[in-house]
Design a protein around this ligand. Structure first.
Ligand SMILES: [Zn+2]
Length: 320
């Protein structure tokens, strides 16, 4: 069983060890109701997915849970989450394991997505890769020698919070000039609104019926596809910042592959081409020539599939 808890939705899926999804159930998170209510909806989603697959908890090998937040795999605790209100030191692993009687494992959602793409998606057969999710925020995961790199506390891979510009805009994490503050969907929307407010000539207001607060990264992408010069410039700017972040990762890890997932990945070459150009300009020549930049393959299923892969790996280590 793979579960993916995000700020807006919970996805639970019954998955075979080969990564085939047999049944899935989606529920709203309603994060503002706090951990207890969210956990009860999560259990509900798991039970519904099991019933859709015509199976029961006793037949599960394990449950893997991917959380949009700081998950400590060793303790099985969600230390905190910017997207889930009130979650502080929640012992989610043991709560779910006790309630369903199945060994349960906890992992950060971006790390899970990295593992999912490595085991079942764009990174199959590639032993050294970096996965970066570019959406509302920016997260990531690093696969080294075929294994997810977890770090000392299990929280490695926060690629969105490397500093790109010391004097840059404030980030959601409280710092300034993080990659997330410059190249995420939130950053793209913020820049678009700022330029519109300053009177820039663009079709953006028209696309949102004059309601400027409605401008999202998706709106900017739509305008860019129509050839709107401002929208094209904003995306090129974000892509260039993304390229700087990726160039740092290329020098650090010498990956064979960088997989870009998340909501902005469907911008495709509009995002990836300028980013790759910056990688080639800024990273050392040998690793820069060796790396390929591709979009993710698993879409919204990367979290549940990665959570399953993680649970199976952990289970194998516990009971070899
Ligand atoms: Zn940050």
């Amino acid at each position: 069983m793979g579960v993916d808890i995000g700020g807006t939705k919970i996805l639970a899926a019954v998955v075979t060890p080969q990564g085939e999804i047999l049944a899935r159930e989606k529920r709203a998170t309603v994060a503002e109701e706090g951990p207890e209510a969210v956990i009860s909806r999560l259990i509900g989603a798991i039970e519904a997915a099991l019933s859709l697959a015509g199976t029961e908890p006793a037949r599960l090998a394990a449950i893997g849970i991917a959380v949009a937040g700081m998950a400590l795999p060793g303790e099985g605790v969600v230390a905190f989450s910017p997207n889930l209100r009130g979650w502080r030191d929640v012992p989610l692993r043991d709560i779910v394991a006790r309630q369903l009687g199945v060994s349960t494992f906890l992992i950060n959602d971006a790390s899970a997505a990295a593992l999912g793409e490595h085991c079942y998606g764009a990174g199959r057969g590639v032993n050294n890769l970096v996965y970066v999710t570019v959406g509302t925020g920016i997260g990531g995961g690093v696969i080294i020698d075929g294994k997810l790199y977890c770090g000392a506390c299990g929280v490695a891979g926060e690629v969105g919070h490397m500093t790109i510009d010391v004097d840059g805009p404030r980030c959601n994490c409280g710092n300034f000039g993080c990659l997330e503050a410059l190249a995420s969907g939130t950053a793209v929307a913020r820049e678009a609104k700022r330029h519109v407010a300053e009177g820039a000539e663009t079709c953006l207001p028209q696309l949102v019926g004059g309601e400027l607060e409605m401008i999202t990264a998706e709106t900017v992408f739509q305008a860019a596809q129509k050839g709107d010069p401002l929208a094209l410039e904003i995306i090129a700017q974000a892509a260039s910042y993304l390229g700087i972040g990726l160039a740092n990762l290329v020098n650090l890890f010498n990956p064979e592959l960088i997989i870009v997932g998340g909501g902005l990945a469907h911008m495709g070459n509009m995002l990836l081409s300028p980013a790759l150009r910056v990688i080639r300009e800024r990273a050392f020549e040998v690793p820069a020539q060796a790396v390929r930049l591709v979009t993710a393959q698993l879409g919204g299923s990367s979290g549940v599939l990665g959570a399953v892969a993680f649970a199976l790996q952990q289970e194998a280590e516990v009971r070899p």
